[in-house]
Design a protein around this ligand. Structure first.
Ligand code: NAP
Length: 313
């Protein structure tokens, strides 16, 4: 039996490749840290070449309303990513009492600001503000989160523009390792507007047969057992039992859960799922960094800069 080390843990079994079913195996890692670094390098190089050729440096407005601790951490990380990618971040830290009208007025100003190519409003917003109204007020051409109805509609119609960051980041991750969804049965567990639904559209766009599961799905186990690529995006630890994974499945875990001991984990038991999966993304270090890097990629693209997709050397 072979053993591999990952994240200071040892996994036992035989390494294998997709579509090569054997009775015992250890999954290869869909390494979001490695791939996001490659995306950020690609974004940085594309931006510097654009600026050297006389182009404008992309600008991203990062709007934070209130002081939600998790949101503050995410926003700080995004501002750091901007530095790494060569994007000019402009910060708008607003008090929690900011009215919806005031926020809409700011968005309108940013929509008309030629130095701003992307507008990001960190969610969740305080309860008195309608998130849908805010998301759809951002100019579709500056919608770098890809949450605007127009952006998701374009994806649904096979005319992708700015694509939601998490699903796009997952596609980049899979493509980097040569994992294709073409003609595969892909099961997405979770159907939210920002992850599950656009994830299904991305996979469909690549030629997959897609099943989307949600809280009204009867017999989740049945669908999971028939998944060749499984994306889990619910935010409930154990929603998918690792025993349901069939040999050779590709498992992408989007969920983020904090255990009582403070440790961050995904929706599935990583170690047990890795015994059967062909590929698996860890939490942390999988989808999270891909989402952040994709935001930078979208911002560069909103500024008219094409960013080549990184591929494994
Ligand atoms: P969300 O808006 O709460 O959506 C959760 C989805 O799970 C909903 O579509 C819900 O179905 C579905 N669901 C709930 N119970 C279910 C059940 N018993 N069986 C099947 N489906 C069920 O969450 P989200 O924003 O999509 O995020 C999901 C998870 O991913 C969270 O842990 C979040 O923190 C994480 N996340 C990670 C990243 C990243 O970059 N790593 C990015 C975004 C989100 P209904 O639609 O029927 O309610």
């Amino acid at each position: 039996m072979l053993a591999i080390r990952y994240n200071n843990r040892t996994f036992f079994g035989l390494k294998t490749v997709v579509n090569m079913p054997i009775t015992s195996q250890t999954a290869k890692i869909l390494d979001g840290l490695e791939v996001s670094a490659a995306v950020l390098t690609s974004v940085h190089e594309a931006i510097e070449a654009h600026v050297q050729a006389g182009g404008q440096r992309p600008g991203l407005a990062v709007v934070l309303v209130g002081k939600d601790p998790a949101s503050s951490i995410y926003v700080r990380a995004k501002r750091k990513d901007c530095e790494r990618a060569g994007i000019q971040a402009r910060d708008f830290d607003l008090p929690a009492e900011t009215s919806q009208a005031e926020l809409l007025a700011l968005i309108d100003k940013l929509n008309h600001d030629d130095n701003i190519h992307g507008v990001l409003v960190q969610l969740p917003l305080p309860d008195h503000i309608d998130e849908v109204a805010i998301t759809n007020a951002i100019s579709a051409s500056k919608d770098v989160d890809g949450f605007h109805a127009f952006s998701v509609g374009r994806l649904a119609l096979r005319q992708p523009g700015l694509r939601p960051c998490t699903p796009r980041g997952i596609m980049t991750l899979l493509n980097y390792y040569g994992v294709s969804a073409m003609a595969r049965h892909c099961v997405v567990v979770g159907a939210s507007n920002i992850v599950g639904r656009p994830m299904g559209l991305e996979l469909l766009h690549q030629g997959a047969t897609v099943t989307t599961c949600h809280r009204f799905t009867r017999d989740l186990e049945f669908y999971v057992r028939h998944a060749e690529i499984l994306v889990i995006a619910v935010g409930k630890r154990g929603i998918v039992d690792a025993d349901w994974i069939r040999e050779g499945t590709v498992v992408v875990d989007v969920g983020i859960n904090r255990l009582d001991n403070g440790k961050l984990v995904g929706d599935i038991d990583f170690a047990r799922a890795a015994e059967k999966a062909a590929w698996i993304s860890p939490v942390p270090g999988g989808v999270g960094p891909m989402t952040r890097a994709t935001l930078m990629q979208n911002t560069a693209e909103a500024a008219g800069i094409q960013v080549p997709e990184p591929k494994q050397a």
